[in-house]
Design a protein around this ligand. Structure first.
Ligand code: GLC
Length: 259
């Protein structure tokens, strides 16, 4: 059987949040993978070790690929804490990204707190803005600083708290496209799922996306502007919302509970 769909889903707040619903979805995805019908990509801001833990203890489905650190790292199985990210993707991104310069856009913003070292990598400068007087204004300020350098850097703003400065050529959406093309799969048959601003590039890059019912406003607003054909707003939260959306797009058969 030929793989028909690539499913790329965010983890926190999308798959994770309701364990019972996740267990049900994981079982269905496992069956679809075993039948050779889908390729499953976990697309996250987590580090690889946290994804490996998630598979072992949080009930995450076994994936065919993992995108970590908001699409700046791509990993293929076997997944081990010592796995190295795909060199071709890393080298492509390193060409146009200078970590020092990325960090310089964050200088002097009052209340800004850098994220822990583990989330500040050679390809990602990340901070928290929720201690700023006006986090939205601080994010806009940083956006304005980065704008003249948009050929090399992009700003990802999520959940009223997290701000990342990534290579312009990276992000979850572009990383998925690179991976799908690398594996020789159909880029027209990709369904994505997410809940926050760092998922936005997946929705912009592909024609079908599922916004879970508990999503942040920033993603809901984007989804509404794209329209239901491209961005389905699920009624249900977390994994149940992902399942609802995969049924809507015909990737999974309607389940008994939803008919
Ligand atoms: C995840 C990452 C964090 C990032 C956030 C938003 O929480 O760990 O570094 O800022 O996603 O992209």
């Amino acid at each position: 059987m030929k793989i028909k769909w690539t499913i790329a889903s965010d983890i926190d707040g999308t798959l994770v949040g309701d364990r019972k619903a996740l267990d049900r979805l994981t079982t269905r995805l496992r069956e679809a993978r075993a039948a050779g019908l889908i390729m499953l990509v976990l697309s996250t801001g987590r580090r690889l070790e946290q994804v490996i833990d998630g598979i072992a203890v949080e009930g995450l489905p076994e994936p065919d690929a993992v995108l970590c650190q908001v699409g700046t790292e791509i990993y293929l199985p076997p997944l081990q804490p010592t796995s190295i990210p795909m060199p071709a993707w890393r080298e492509r991104l390193l060409q146009d990204y200078a970590r020092d310069e990325a960090e310089s856009f964050l200088e002097g913003i009052e209340g800004l707190v850098m994220q822990p070292k583990a989330f500040n990598t050679e390809l990602k400068a990340s901070c928290y803005l929720d201690s700023c007087d006006d986090p939205e204004a601080a994010a806009s300020d940083i956006r304005r600083r980065v704008a003249p350098h948009a050929d090399r850097y992009q700003v990802v703003w999520s959940s009223g708290r997290d701000l990342d400065i990534l290579p312009a050529a990276s992000g979850k959406g572009k990383a998925i496209r690179f991976l799908v093309e690398h594996l020789g799969l159909d880029t027209d048959h990709v369904v994505v799922a997410g809940d926050t601003g760092n998922d936005a590039t997946m929705f912009e890059e592909f024609g079908r996306g599922v916004v879970v019912g508990n999503a942040q406003q920033e993603l809901v607003v984007l989804a509404k502007s794209l329209g239901v054909e491209r961005a389905f707003l699920a009624r249900q939260a977390y994994a149940a919302g992902v399942e609802e959306g995969l049924e809507y797009f015909g990737v999974l058969e309607p389940s008994k509970s939803s008919v």
